[in-house]
Design a protein around this ligand. Structure first.
Ligand SMILES: Cc1ncc(COP(=O)(O)O)c(C=O)c1O
Length: 422
């Protein structure tokens, strides 16, 4: 088969035969609307959607038209360009905390700079991060991202080789959704804390009522910048991101995925007083945070993001996205229930997952109680039944049709039945 030969070629030139992102055993040939095809021609309904950016589905004709028009005018300039400025204006209109925007090329970079910016602003070093929270691949973000070894909070566990031990000492790790713990942590270490960084909905775990509000009020009280990582939630949960959904406004947020419309673009956005540290003229050399990148503000990514966002602003789009997801969450829960599999369907209608446990999920350690082998088998069975998704998340898109939803519900059922066969 063609796919196998490509997999073999990849093994020679890529470590682990992979880009590092996804299983090396599948090579995607093409995506159209809600579907993707592998190199052997197998068709799937796509719930990976490029790990989130393709919220409109693949190959949206309006996005292609906008991108094609821009391609003919130039692909990248390094210099300021009007399309990039227009995207920054739209982000500032849409996102409550965003008074100014600085572009980078990936969400992880945006998170790295947001943490650095908070350090530049406060003159402090320590970052509060939540266990299991994902903020890209910087040294800080690799602390207690997915620790196998569970140690006492607030000590950090590095999840990658090659990170200096000094970074571990600059991190304070807390359990997500534990307002009580975080309050005592911040109160005790306030004078050293540069930032609190959090995914408003951590991976798939929703915030407990009052948790984000507690973070907001503690950060305000101690003059600590609060960073929302909205790389996933931005323009997905609502047009204004999770800060609109939950009504809690951070000082800084990071954006990516949807704002690049499928192209490499991400951003740090936030209050002008903090963003001033990207401007030497305002803060002098001492407070200046040097930041640049070859593709920052790339015009092709900007028009793709702008067109995607224009389409998302049309009436009823978020209702449709959430209705699609809610239908799927209900269908998933129903068939797992009917087949007697202990589970929780966790997340938000636009992004969710089944966790195989009877324990309610409120933090990373709760997720570890789940039957992960069963989850992997369920994913495998879904793949065999035409559903393409990542191991930990189901991303919903606007391209899903009624037929896709029905086929998916049927696949959930077949996979739930198949789990009995071991
Ligand atoms: C919450 C969150 N933050 C940051 C990132 C990193 O974004 P990127 O992969 O563009 O570096 C991701 C990627 O999935 C993410 O889910």
């Amino acid at each position: 088969m063609k796919q196998q030969s490509i997999i073999e070629r990849a093994k020679k030139v890529l470590p682990a035969g992979s880009f590092g992102n996804f299983e090396a055993g599948v090579i995607i040939r093409e995506g159209q609307g809600s579907r993707v095809w592998d190199e052997d021609g197998n068709e799937f309904i796509d719930y990976l959607i490029g790990s989130g950016p393709m919220i409109l589905g693949h190959g949206d004709p309006e996005v292609i038209e906008a991108v094609t028009e821009q391609l003919a005018k130039g692909m990248t300039f390094f210099a300021n360009n009007e399309r990039g400025i227009e995207l920054a204006e739209e982000i500032c209109r849409a996102v409550a905390c965003a008074e100014q925007v600085r572009y980078v090329s990936s969400g992880g970079e945006a998170d790295m700079y947001a943490m650095r910016l908070a350090r530049a602003y406060t003159g402090r070093d320590k970052i509060v991060k939540f266990e299991g929270g994902y903020h890209g691949m910087s040294a800080e973000a690799q602390m207690s991202l997915a620790p196998e070894k569970l140690i006492n909070f607030p000590a950090a566990v590095p999840d990658s080789a090659g990170i200096p031990s000094s970074v571990r000492d600059s991190m304070l790790i807390a359990p997500y959704n534990d307002s009580h713990f975080v309050e005592s942590l911040i109160t005790q270490h306030a004078a050293e804390i540069a930032a609190v960084i959090v995914e408003p909905l951590q991976r798939i775990i929703p915030p407990a009522p009052g948790f984000l509000e507690t973070l907001r009020s503690l950060c305000t009280q101690h003059d600590i910048p609060l960073i929302f990582d909205e790389v996933v939630t931005g323009f997905r949960f609502d047009y204004g991101g999770a800060q609109e959904t939950y009504g809690v406004v951070p000082d800084l947020c990071t954006l990516g995925k949807v704002t690049g419309g499928g192209f490499p673009s991400a951003a740090v956005a936030g209050r002008a007083e903090l963003m001033a540290h990207f401007d030497k003229a305002q803060v002098g050399s001492e407070g200046f945070l040097m930041q640049l990148g070859t593709l920052s503000g790339n015009p092709v990514a900007a028009v793709a993001g702008l067109k995607t966002m224009e389409i998302l602003r049309r009436p009823g789009q978020y209702d449709k996205l959430r209705a699609n997801g809610q239908y799927l969450m209900d269908a998933l829960s129903r068939c797992l229930e009917a087949n007697g599999h202990a589970h929780q369907v966790v997340g938000h209608p636009t992004l969710f997952e089944a966790v195989f446990t009877d324990k309610p999920i409120s933090d990373y350690r709760d997720v570890l109680t789940a039957d992960r082998a069963k989850a992997a088998r369920f994913n495998e069975l879904l793949r065999e039944n035409g559903i393409f998704k990542g191991a930990g998340k189901t991303y919903v898109s606007l391209a899903l049709t009624e037929e896709d939803l029905e086929l998916t519900a049927r696949a959930f059922n077949t996979a739930a039945e198949g789990l009995h066969d071991g």
